[in-house]
Structures are given as structure tokens and as C-alpha cells.
Design a protein around this ligand. Structure first.
Ligand code: ADP
Ligand code: MG
Length: 716
């Protein structure tokens, strides 16, 4: 495989043009290669959502195929995101022999626009019985086709939506696109009230997701059955040096890791994924990669590519990338900070407070729309990030708790307090930070302080939803966010339109807006909290405020059935009742399957790896006792140590059997089964693990059969 690299002989612009996005069938390439009328027609589809002319599709397909073949592609695939939470592909060759010494091309407009994978193997959550296993993939022209390069293979990937033959969404992309349309429609109404809709065709939501992950040595990874089956360690005593020294965060990146990062970024650039930052994270062996923000559906596709690329490239460097939320107990887990905002297609960020924020009523309206949405639908946001893996992380001392609240910072909190009392008169300034040395620049201090403990924080010109899990697709949390904010904007637009009528003076608009803001703040300020979300007091305080606290995923899955939640998705055309039910069903099944696999793996490791090692160690201890005694020395101490150890081994046997027993329980009703797992199986796993970890700290190092935390976390 030849990988083009940035070459120093090119000008900067050429380098960027020839390299960045060089594996994407981008607008630039389409403009160069497509006939003008076809290009224009396609842009109308991409930018304005108009249906695509089938004749244009044939031309686009032929051009795309030529471009792909010139770049080494031999196959094409529709690339989609079924409800497994992963991506799926089925490759077809672009060319086949025609039997007369020539070739035929297997890629027409129809091949581009529609595919029919065997849908029966993808989860549908009961939407489609297996015997009617028809599902279609439909080209999403808003997301660019791209080339996926592997060893000796290049595949043209066409981003598609995946839908059942009855029209129900079977993927994560369709509802996301629907939610963006819903939000756009309502946001446009609000802009019209403020006289700011002229020249604006649409409002988008934008997302910049920060991805945390761990890297472990690949050889060690293969020696840990738990990492292999579950992507997390199910046992493992804490190393003496964990993250206590806090010397890892932003520390120097080790050379092998840096080589990996550079190659992963290289590949992502070619795919047009605008990755920007990389650094060490808090835990040893933990890292982060973050792209620039993009329109939500593009950001979501690109996020999937980031996860795949990290996985794929890591193996080439003898590493394995762990995207799991909690690969190691006792050190930080991984999340995906979902930075989210709304912007017009003319490039105005609607959550930018600007200089004189207290006079910026339009901003305050969009801000309060989000506050209202999060307060009314905190349960849905919580449910949108529920998974077995994320349960290990949320509310532990490293990630926001399961109580959803909003951090605003002192500047905005002050303005909202002013609005509540009357006419807001001032915007607090951050001022400058004098570093005390004249050679250093004076840094402007942001007036929005930072709060790392909030699950939903305003960070200057966007909100950051921090509870999203590191292995999760961001499509679903963003679908929920867009939908609930669309509902708030609808409410606000309706209120303002009603009180203002068609020809309101600016003065009247100001009055009506302030009155509405006051009402919104009063009703929803209980969701605002700038303090320490990790503290015990907050849990009590949140309860007094009546905020929901859905402690684990099983509790959160249930809220998807609530009438309010079914209704909001229906009203804004995002998901039907059947589609919601199917998604919930799949989430619950996934929870059950994951923990069942984990409990079986853990019991197996306890019996087949830990127990034999412990018995060997026990033999060594016993031999030491008799050898000591036959040497005529008092062996009381050794005898006691042996007895205690034998007790631990008996405990190991007992707890392994206890786990196997509770894990064997099955319930026909998936939610009840999941409850059983949360209440019985997980505690049994924790109890068994505690004994195993105790054994690990006692068994001779040369007898311990598994790579330890120290090996996994510090070998780089
Ligand atoms: P940090 O949160 O670590 O301080 P940044 O402030 O640089 O980092 O931003 C983190 C992420 O937020 C980046 O992916 C960035 O692109 C994204 N971001 C910035 N502005 C917006 C926006 N308007 N909408 C969505 N995401 C944004
Ligand atoms: Mg951030």
C-alpha cells in the first residue's frame, strides 16, 4: 500500500488540497469532474434537501466510479450504521470480466442510490420478522463518499441510511437527520421573530466530539481473555502507582504512541476528518483525540471513522485501542465529550453570547430553550447515554453523575439572575490575566469559568454533554438533544408569535421576550448547578429540587416508554412508537448480552486461570511449611499464612459457584432479566473479583497467569 505523505516540495495550499480529504469524493472533486448541471442539481439535494434527479445519479455514479478506480479501488460498499452501534459494510466488486476479454462496470446510479443488504442479521428490535428480512440502504448525499484503505485493498464507501421495507428506520442516522430537520424548522421560526431569518435557509446543529481511549500492548491484550471478550479487565489488582501522581495528563507522549497517533491522524486527514488535538489523558495509558466541529450528521459519520481508524491503525503498531468506558477499575474511565451548538447555514453560531451578552436577547432565548429542554427531558438525555459499559463510569469519581444538570458559569448565571429581577444591565467581564513578567503576553481571561464535574456545561459558545460513553455512537444522544431543543424552540416561537402578532415594534418584542425569559428561568432554574457535581451534598440537593436520578442503565431504559417521551419523538417526526420500542429493546438486549458474556468470562477465568495458579501457590506455601519444620525451625507463621491462603482459595471457589448460579437465571421479559442482572449478577461479579484481586496480591509473581495492571498500563 502506498500512502501519500505531505511532501515538502508542494506549496502549503497544494499540500492541503492534495492531501487533506484526498480520499473523499468531495465537493472540490465533484465540481472539477461533474457536468455543471449535474453538479448544481446535486448541490440542491445536498444543501436544500431537494430530491435527487435519477439521471443525475447515473452521472454521479459513473464519475465516482472512475475516481475510485483511478485511486485503486476494486470494490464498493454501502456504509451504514445499524442498531448494533457499529458500522456495517458489504463489498461488491466495481468491475467484473465480461467473458469476452473485457470488463463490465458494476456501478450504476441505481447501485449508488439503493442497496439491499440481507437485513435479517441486523438487530431490528422486533420491527421486522426474519422471514420478511428486507432492508434497504439509501444513499445519503449529504455525507461524502470516501475510500477505505486496508492492506492490499481499497474500497469505495458510500454513506447510506438503512431502512426496513416498511419504511422504519433501522439505523442511527435516519433519526438524527430527522431531528436536525425538526430543530431547523423551529429555530427558523425563532429567527423570524427576531427578524434574523433573511437569507438563512436552514439552521444546523454542530458537534465536536472529543474521544478518549486507552492503548495497551497487543501481545498482552491477547493474553487477557477478559479484554478479548469484553474490552475491559474483569479482574486486576491496582498497581502501586496509578494516577495518583497526576503526571500523565498532558504529559509527554511516548514515542510508540506518537507514531501511532501520527499515522491515525494521517489516515483521518485523507478521509477529510478534521482531527485537531491529541494529548495524554488523566489515567496512565489513556489518550484523547478531538476533531474540529462539523454539522452533526457529518460529525457523527466522522466519529465512527475515528473509532474505526484508531482500532485499525493501533494494530499496526503492536497496540490495541480500547474504546470501552471502563477498561480498568481504579483509574479513570473514558468518555466522549459531545460539544454541541446550533448555527445558521450562513455561519452564525446561535449560542455565541458575544460582547454585551445582557443585550443579546436572541442568544438568551436560544440559551433558555436549551435549559428548558434539559430540565423537561433530563430523563431522556440520561437514557440516551445508558449502557452496561457507561454504568461503570457515571457517578464514579471521575465522570458526571447520572443526575443531569447544567453548568452556566458566573457570567451567564449573573445575567439570568438579572433577567429574573427585571431589565439586565451588565455583562461580567473576565478581565485579563497578568502573568507578572513583562515578556509574557497578557492573556484575556474567559468569563466562563470551567467546571469539570458537570454533565452538561456551557463552555463559551457551545454546550458540552460530557456523559456520553467513549464507545457509543454520538448519533443517538444528538438525536435526543436536537429533538428536545426543537420542542423548546417550538414552545418559545409559539409564545412569542402569539404575543407579538405580525408587526411588533422592537420595543414590544423586547418586552415580550424578557417576560418569556423570566418565566422560563423561574420554571427551569432548578436544573442549573455550578457547584461540585461529585459531592454527596449535590445528590441530596438534586433530590430536593426534584431532579431525576436514574442511577443505572436499567432504570434509564424504562423511561423510553413514558408517554411524554413517545409523544415528543412522534410529534417532531423523529421516531414512531414502534421505532422507539425497537431501539429500547435492542439496548436492553445488548445490556443483557454484554454482562452475560462478562460474567461467563469472569467465572471461567476464576476457575481455569486463577484457581490453578492459587493451588500452585498453595503447594509452595505448604512445602515451605513442611520444609521449615523438617529443618527443625518453628513454622507457626508459615502455617498461619497457609491457613489464611487456603481460606481465600475456598472463598474463590464459593464465589465462582455463586456467580454461576445467579448468572444462570433467565427471564422471558428482557427488562426484568436486565434488572436481575443489575441487582444480582453484577454484585456477584464484584464479590468474586474482590477475592481474585486479593489473591493476585499474594500469589508469587511467576505463578500469576495473566499480565497485570502494571504491565497493561505502563508498557508503552
Ligand atoms: P476543550 O473543551 O478541551 O477546551 P475546545 O474548546 O477546543 O476544547 O473544544 C473542544 C471541541 O469543541 C472541539 O471539537 C471543537 O471543535 C468543539 N467546538 C467548538 N465550537 C463548537 C461549536 N460551535 N459547536 C460544536 N462544537 C464546537
Ligand atoms: Mg471539552
Amino acid at each position: 500500500m502506498t500512502t501519500p505523505r505531505l511532501s515538502p516540495s508542494e506549496s502549503t495550499q497544494e499540500r492541503v488540497d492534495n492531501f487533506y480529504g484526498s480520499d473523499v469524493f468531495s465537493r472540490r472533486i465533484m465540481r472539477q469532474r461533474l457536468p455543471k448541471d449535474v453538479y448544481r442539481s446535486l448541490l440542491r439535494t445536498i444543501d436544500l434537501g431537494e430530491p435527487l434527479d435519477p439521471k443525475a445519479a447515473d452521472v454521479v455514479a459513473a464519475t465516482m466510479k472512475d475516481w475510485a478506480i483511478e485511486n485503486g479501488a476494486t470494490h464498493f460498499t454501502h456504509w451504514f450504521q445499524p442498531l448494533t452501534g457499529l458500522t456495517a459494510e458489504k463489498h461488491d466488486s466495481l468491475i467484473s470480466p465480461d467473458g469476452q476479454g473485457g470488463v463490465v462496470f458494476n456501478f450504476s446510479g441505481a447501485d449508488l442510490v439503493q442497496g439491499e443488504p440481507d437485513a435479517s442479521s441486523f438487530p431490528s428490535g422486533g420491527l421486522r420478522a426474519t422471514f420478511e428480512a428486507r432492508g434497504y440502504t439509501a444513499w445519503d448525499p449529504t455525507s461524502s463518499a470516501f475510500l477505505m484503505r486496508g492492506e492490499n485493498n481499497v474500497t469505495l464507501c458510500i454513506p447510506t441510511a438503512f431502512v426496513s421495507w416498511t419504511g422504519e428506520a433501522l439505523d442511527t442516522k435516519i433519526p438524527l437527520l430527522r431531528s436536525m430537520e425538526a430543530l431547523s424548522k423551529q429555530a427558523m421560526r425563532v429567527l423570524r421573530v427576531f427578524g434574523k431569518a433573511d437569507g438563512v435557509a436552514r439552521v444546523f446543529t454542530t458537534v465536536g466530539p472529543e474521544q478518549e481511549y486507552f492503548l495497551v500492548d497487543r501481545d498482552l491484550y491477547f493474553r487477557r481473555p477478559d479484554l478479548l471478550t469484553s474490552e475491559r479487565t474483569l479482574i486486576g489488582a491496582k498497581p502501586p502507582k496509578g494516577q495518583q501522581l497526576e503526571d500523565q495528563y498532558f504529559g509527554t507522549i511516548p514515542p510508540r504512541v506518537l507514531a501511532f497517533m501520527a499515522e491515525a491522524e494521517n489516515e483521518l486527514y485523507r478521509l477529510g476528518v478534521p482531527v485537531k488535538t491529541r494529548h495524554n489523558e488523566v489515567a496512565p495509558g489513556q489518550y484523547e483525540i478531538a476533531p474540529l466541529f462539523e454539522m452533526s450528521q457529518i460529525a457523527s459519520d466522522h466519529q465512527m471513522l475515528i473509532m474505526e481508524t484508531l482500532k485499525r491503525v493501533a494494530t499496526r503498531h503492536g497496540l490495541t485501542a480500547l474504546l470501552h468506558e471502563k477498561p480498568f477499575a481504579g483509574v479513570n474511565g473514558s468518555g466522549k465529550h459531545n460539544n454541541w451548538s446550533m448555527a445558521t447555514d450562513t455561519g452564525v453560531n446561535l449560542l455565541d453570547p458575544q460582547e454585551e451578552t445582557h443585550t443579546n436577547l436572541q442568544f438568551l432565548v436560544f440559551l433558555c430553550a436549551v435549559i428548558r429542554a434539559v430540565d423537561l427531558h433530563a430523563d431522556l438525555l440520561r437514557a440516551s447515554i445508558a449502557s452496561a459499559a457507561n454504568d461503570h463510569r457515571l457517578g464514579a469519581n471521575e465522570a458526571p453523575p447520572a443526575i443531569i444538570s447544567i453548568f452556566l458559569g458566573s457570567m451567564l448565571t449573573d445575567i439570568l439572575e438579572q433577567v429574573e429581577k427585571g431589565l439586565p444591565k451588565r455583562t461580567l467581564r473576565g478581565g485579563t490575566l497578568d502573568l507578572g513578567a513583562t515578556t509574557l503576553p497578557q492573556l484575556p481571561r474567559h468569563s466562563g469559568d470551567r467546571n469539570r464535574t458537570s454533565p452538561f456545561a456551557f463552555t463559551g459558545n457551545k454546550f458540552e454533554f460530557r456523559a456520553v460513553g467513549s464507545s457509543a455512537s454520538i448519533a443517538w444522544p444528538n438525536t435526543v438533544l436536537n429533538t428536545i431543543v426543537a420542542e423548546s424552540l417550538d414552545y418559545i416561537a409559539t409564545e412569542l408569535e402569539r404575543s407579538l402578532g405580525p408587526r411588533a415594534t422592537p420595543q414590544k418584542r423586547q418586552q415580550a421576550t424578557l417576560a418569556l425569559l423570566k418565566k422560563l428561568i423561574r420554571q427551569h432554574k432548578r436544573v442549573l448547578f455550578d457547584g461540585d457535581n461529585y459531592s454527596g451534598e449535590w445528590h441530596g440537593e438534586a433530590e430536593r429540587r426534584g431532579l431525576p436520578n436514574l442511577r443505572d442503565s436499567v432504570a434509564a431504559f424504562g423511561v423510553m416508554r413514558a408517554r411524554k417521551n413517545v409523544e415528543i419523538f412522534r410529534k417532531y417526526g423523529v421516531l414512531s412508537k414502534a421505532e422507539i420500542d425497537s431501539r429500547t429493546h435492542i439496548a436492553v438486549e445488548k445490556y443483557i448480552k454484554q454482562i452475560t458474556i462478562e460474567s461467563e468470562t469472569l467465572a471461567g477465568m476464576a476457575r481455569n486461570l486463577v484457581l490453578p495458579a492459587a493451588l500452585r501457590h498453595q503447594t509452595v506455601l505448604a512445602q515451605a511449611v513442611s520444609a521449615t519444620r523438617s529443618a527443625g525451625v518453628d513454622a507457626a507463621d508459615s502455617q498461619q499464612a497457609l491457613e489464611e491462603f487456603v481460606g481465600l482459595v475456598a472463598e474463590l471457589r464459593r464465589l465462582a459457584a455463586a456467580l454461576e448460579q445467579v448468572a444462570a437465571h433467565h427471564d422471558e421479559d428482557p427488562l426484568r432479566h436486565a434488572q436481575h442482572i443489575a441487582q444480582r449478577v453484577r454484585p456477584a461479579m464484584a464479590a468474586l473479583r474482590a477475592v481474585v484481586d486479593q489473591l493476585e496480591s499474594q500469589v508469587a509473581a511467576d505463578l500469576w497467569p495473566l499480565p497485570t495492571y502494571r504491565d497493561l498500563l505502563f508498557l508503552k
